[in-house]
Design a protein around this ligand. Structure first.
Ligand SMILES: [Zn+2]
Length: 569
C-alpha cells in the first residue's frame, strides 16, 4: 500500500469561509484522503489556519482583542466548523505555532547561507495619517497593467498581475482612505527567485500530468514580462514570525516579520511537526526524503488564486534550501464557485457561509452538491434551484429511497434479517456486471481526482441498483415466488453495504447510518462485487435505518434564497 501526504490550502484566520472556499480546497482534499484510506493506503491529511499578517491584526483590533487571543478563538471556531463538515484532517494546525516560527526562521537562514537572500533598502509607502507603513493589501489604486481602479498593492484582481504598491497609480490607504502617503526608507529581505528560475522551470516542465489550470498559471508567472522576480519576504508588521532572531545572518531587521506568504506554506511542514507532537507520530518520514519520505506521494489542493505561491514561491523555498525536503508531486487546483448570479461576498452578506450551511442542513447535503458540482474545468455556480433538485433527486429519491424501500419491505415480509432462499439469475448477473464496470471507472476518476466525473459514476451506481429493483419488483414477486423475492432482497441489502463503503468519501454521515442500519462494521472495499454481495450472509440481522435524506421543500428554497441574497451591487 502506498503512502500519501495530502494538504489543503490553509484558510486565513480572519472570519468564516463560504462554500466556494470549502469546495476549492478542503472538501476535495477530504474526499481524496477518505478514498485513499478506504483503499487501505496510509494517509497523512493536514490543514491549518493561516494566522499572520495585517488582516488578522486589524480584525483583532476591531474585535477589541489581542491578536493572539483573537487567532486562538477563530482557530477554535474554524476547527469546530471543519468537524461539522466531517473534514477528516489528521491535524488542523496553526501557522502561528512555535514549530512554524522555528522552521520559518531556519529556512530563511538556510536560504541566506545558499546566497539566495539579499537585503534591500527600499522605499515603502508610509501613511502619515495612519502612522504606519502600509502593507500591500492596504493600499489600493489603479492597475498600471490593465487600468482597473481597485487594484490591491500586491495583486490586481482584474488581470491577476502581481504588483508592488509603488506601481499603483493614485494610491490610497484602505485603512483610512487617506492619500497622504509618502515613501520612506525601510530594509527588507528578498528571496532571489530569479536565481531559481531555471530550476523551477525545469521542475514545472517535468509535470506533464498536472492540470493545465495549474501549469499554465505557473508558466505565465515564470515567463511573462521580465519573468520571475525576486520577492520581498519581510514586512513592517508586529504580528508574525520575527525576521530578527538569534543566529540570523543579518542585522537591523528588528520590528519586522516574515511576510505571511513566506511562512504560511512552511506551515504544511510545521503542521506535521505539530501532529507528531500531539500524537507521537514521526513527521520526518512524511517530509524528509533522507528519513523515509522518498516513497511518499504528496498532493496539494487549492483554488486557482493560490497556484503561483504553490508552484513557484514555496518550491523556491524548498529547492533553494538544498535540503532533502519532499516536493509536491501533484497540485489539484480549482476554479471559482459563484453564488446565484454573482460572487460570494462577506462584506455584502451574499451567499452561504460554512456555519450558516450547517444550520440549515447536515453536512452531507452540502458535500454532495459541492463535490458533484466542483469547479474543475471552469467556474461553477450555486443556485438554490439546482441545490434543491440535486439533493432531492440524487440523495432522497435515488439513494435514500432505495435504502428505505428495501429495508422496510424486508422487515414486513421476512423480518429484520437477511432472508434465505432463491437464486440469482440473468438480471442479477447484468447488475453485477454493470456495477463492476462503473466501480472500476469510479476508482479511476477518484485516483485521478476527477471529482465531478467520480460523482457522476457514483450516482450511476446508485441508479443501477434502483433500476434493478424497479424491474425485479420483489414486492410483486413475493406474492407468487417468495424465494425469488428473498434472493432479490438479499442482494439489495448487500448492495446497501456496498453503497455505504463506496459513497463514504462523499457522504460520510449517511454512509455511517447505512452501516449502522446493516449492523456491520465491514468497510472492505468491494473489489470483487459478486463476492461483496455475500458479505451480509443469510440470517444476518439488521434494522431499518432512520430516513437518510429528507426532501428540501419549495418553501425552504424560496426562504433561503431570500435570506442569503445579501445586498446586490
Ligand atoms: Zn490589472
Amino acid at each position: 500500500m502506498a503512502r500519501h501526504l495530502i494538504t489543503s490550502a490553509i484558510p486565513y484566520i480572519n472570519g468564516i469561509k463560504h462554500l466556494g472556499n470549502l469546495v476549492g480546497s478542503q472538501l476535495p482534499a477530504d474526499l481524496y484522503a477518505r478514498y485513499l484510506r478506504a483503499r487501505g493506503h496510509e494517509v497523512l491529511f493536514l490543514c491549518a489556519t493561516d494566522e499572520h499578517g495585517t488582516p488578522a491584526e486589524l480584525a483583532a483590533a476591531k474585535a477589541g482583542k489581542p491578536v493572539a487571543d483573537y487567532c486562538a478563538e477563530m482557530h477554535a471556531v474554524q476547527a469546530e466548523i471543519a468537524r461539522g463538515f466531517d473534514l477528516s484532517f489528521d491535524h488542523f494546525g496553526r501557522s502561528s505555532s512555535a514549530e512554524n516560527r522555528a522552521l520559518t526562521q531556519s529556512f530563511a537562514k538556510r536560504l541566506a547561507d545558499q546566497g539566495l537572500i539579499r537585503e534591500v533598502v527600499e522605499k515603502q509607502m508610509y501613511s502619515v495619517v495612519d502612522g504606519r507603513f502600509l502593507p500591500d493589501r492596504y493600499i489600493e489604486g489603479t492597475c498600471p497593467n490593465c487600468g482597473f481602479e481597485s487594484a490591491r498593492g500586491d495583486q490586481c484582481d482584474n488581470c491577476t498581475k502581481q504588483l508592488d504598491p509603488v506601481d499603483l497609480i493614485n494610491p490610497r490607504s484602505t485603512v483610512s482612505g487617506s492619500t497622504e502617503l509618502e515613501l520612506r526608507d525601510t530594509k527588507h529581505l528578498y528571496l532571489r527567485q530569479s536565481e531559481m528560475k531555471g530550476a523551477l522551470s525545469e521542475w514545472i516542465e517535468s509535470k506533464a500530468d498536472w492540470p493545465i489550470l495549474t501549469t499554465s498559471i505557473a508558466k505565465k508567472w515564470l515567463n511573462d514580462g521580465d519573468g520571475l522576480q525576486d520577492r520581498g519576504i519581510t514586512r513592517d508588521l508586529k504580528w508574525g514570525v520575527p525576521a530578527q532572531f538569534e543566529g540570523a545572518p543579518w542585522a537591523g531587521m528588528e520590528g519586522k516579520v516574515f511576510y505571511v506568504w513566506f511562512d504560511a506554506p512552511i506551515e504544511y511542514i510545521a503542521c506535521a511537526q505539530e501532529w507528531a507532537a500531539a500524537t507521537g507520530g514521526d513527521w520526518e518520514r512524511w517530509w524528509r526524503t533522507d528519513k523515509g519520505a522518498e516513497d511518499v506521494t504528496y498532493t496539494q489542493f487549492m483554488g486557482k488564486d493560490n497556484v503561483p505561491f504553490h508552484t513557484l514561491s514555496f518550491p523556491a523555498t524548498i529547492l533553494g534550501s538544498d535540503e532533502p525536503w519532499k516536493l509536491v508531486d501533484y497540485i489539484k487546483s480549482f476554479n471559482y464557485l459563484n453564488y446565484d448570479g454573482g460572487q460570494f461576498s462577506t462584506s455584502r452578506g451574499r451567499g452561504v457561509f460554512m456555519d450558516q450551511a450547517l444550520g440549515l442542513l447536515p453536512a452531507d447535503y452540502w458535500r454532495w452538491w459541492l463535490l458533484s458540482h466542483a469547479p474543475e474545468s471552469s467556474d461553477a455556480e450555486f443556485t438554490w434551484e439546482n441545490f434543491q433538485q440535486s439533493a432531492n433527486k440524487d440523495l432522497a429519491d435515488v439513494l435514500g429511497n432505495l435504502v428505505s424501500r428495501v429495508t422496510k419491505f424486508c422487515r414486513s415480509k421476512f423480518g429484520e434479517v437477511v432472508p434465505e432462499g432463491g437464486d440469482w439469475g440473468v438480471a442479477e448477473d447484468a447488475l453485477i456486471a454493470e456495477i463492476e464496470g462503473r466501480l472500476r471507472a469510479y476508482e479511476g476518476f477518484m485516483e485521478a481526482m476527477e471529482v465531478r466525473k467520480a460523482a457522476i459514476e457514483l450516482r450511476s451506481i446508485w441508479v443501477a441498483g434502483n433500476e434493478y429493483l424497479q424491474a425485479a419488483a420483489p414486492w410483486t414477486v413475493v406474492k407468487t415466488d417468495p424465494a425469488q423475492a428473498a434472493a432479490q432482497i438479499r442482494l439489495a441489502l448487500n448492495l446497501i453495504r456496498i453503497y455505504a463503503v463506496i459513497s463514504q468519501p462523499f457522504i460520510p454521515a449517511a454512509a455511517a447510518s447505512m452501516m449502522a442500519g446493516m449492523k456491520t462494521d465491514d468497510w472492505t472495499w468491494p473489489t470483487d462485487v459478486r463476492a461483496a454481495l455475500g458479505a451480509l450472509p443469510v440470517g444476518h440481522v439488521f434494522e431499518v435505518p432512520e430516513v437518510l435524506f429528507r426532501k428540501i421543500t419549495d418553501e425552504e428554497r424560496v426562504d433561503w434564497a431570500a435570506r442569503f441574497a445579501g445586498v446586490r451591487d
